[in-house]
Design a protein around this ligand. Structure first.
Ligand code: FAD
Length: 275
């Protein structure tokens, strides 16, 4: 099917993009890497959008340190997340997640901001963001605001971002000494979306576990986290089964996804030397 769009404009700056969004009166749609949006347009699941292309806004690209936080611009591509030394040092979870996202062609164009804004529950970065205790930075006509990643993802492809706001960056607390980051997923083939996945951060002896493809949004697995902290892996696996809320689809049943989650958690326990 040929994509049907209501127009296209290339934004020069964030302010310009916000003004184009305002002028579009609700029909504006940010175009970043285009790896999810163009597919949706071609499938006809979205149509008539006024595309506002932000790909040329240099201020939205790249990572920088700001006090005890690492700020990663929304336009930073998956391929750059994987190889940027600042990200590798201060947010290794994201660097480990990037190679799990799709294939090279998509990683060379797709952006972290696009992935977070799209909020696919099977995507890696949203679960990493909640495991890291990250913050999402938004800019709109009334200024900037920050939303904890835990509160940003509201449901299937649904977020706290208002229609007239742009996701400008993600802020991640800099990794502390001895902090450990692990991500594991099960997928049918390398590059496919995961059937189940877990992202885990161990900081100061405590664990934060983010789950993906195991609910209608990325989930913070509080029961499993508590049990993991005590070193009781069996109890963590039992708790995880109720922390997650998968559905059955053509790829896998809910029961199988829950089973996979438990297997992944046991493997992560070995990775981290828990118990
Ligand atoms: P776009 O496609 O440009 O935009 C996606 C959505 O987010 C649109 O609604 C757009 O309006 C909005 N948006 C984008 N940027 C912003 C912003 N800064 N502010 C506000 N709104 C914004 N992803 C995974 O995580 N894991 C996978 O395994 C995976 N496999 C894939 C396999 C295939 C075959 C394909 C086509 C895609 C796959 N993806 C996967 C998705 C890919 O990672 C996309 O790059 C990503 O989801 C969206 O990033 P983008 O920059 O391409 O965003």
């Amino acid at each position: 099917m040929k994509a049907s769009i209501g127009g296209y404009a290339r934004a020069e700056t964030i302010a310009h993009a916000l003004s184009l969004l305002g002028e579009a009166n609700g029909a504006g749609r940010i175009l970043a890497g285009g790896q999810s949006l163009v597919a949706a347009l071609n499938l006809g699941t979205t149509a008539g959008d006024m595309l506002i292309d932000i790909a040329g806004i240099g201020a939205l690209r790249g990572a920088r340190l700001d006090g005890d936080r690492l700020i990663i611009g929304a336009l930073t591509r998956h391929a750059d997340i994987a190889r940027d030394p600042l990200i590798g040092e201060h947010a290794p979870l994201l660097a480990k997640a990037a190679p799990l996202v799709a294939h090279d062609a998509i990683r060379n164009r797709g952006t972290i901001g696009g992935s977070l804004a799209y909020a696919d529950p099977a995507a890696e970065y949203p679960a990493c963001a909640i495991a890291l205790g990250a913050t999402i930075l938004l800019e709109g006509p009334n200024g900037t605001r920050e939303v904890a990643a835990e509160e940003f993802f509201l449901g299937l492809f649904e977020t706290e971002r208002a229609e007239d706001e742009i996701l400008t960056a993600i802020a991640v607390p800099k990794a502390t000494d001895g902090e450990r980051h692990v991500i594991r997923e099960a997928a049918r083939r390398s590059g496919d979306y995961a059937l189940a996945g877990l992202a885990v951060v161990r900081r100061d002896g405590r664990h934060r576990i983010g789950a993906f493809a195991l609910g209608d949004r990325p989930l913070l697995c509080k029961g499993a986290m508590e049990a993991f902290d005590t070193g009781d892996v069996d109890a963590a696996v039992t708790a995880l089964a109720t922390d997650v809320d998968p559905t059955s689809d053509t790829q896998a049943s809910a029961t199988y996804r829950r089973h996979l989650a438990g297997v992944l958690l046991r493997r992560i326990a070995v990775d981290l030397g828990v118990a």
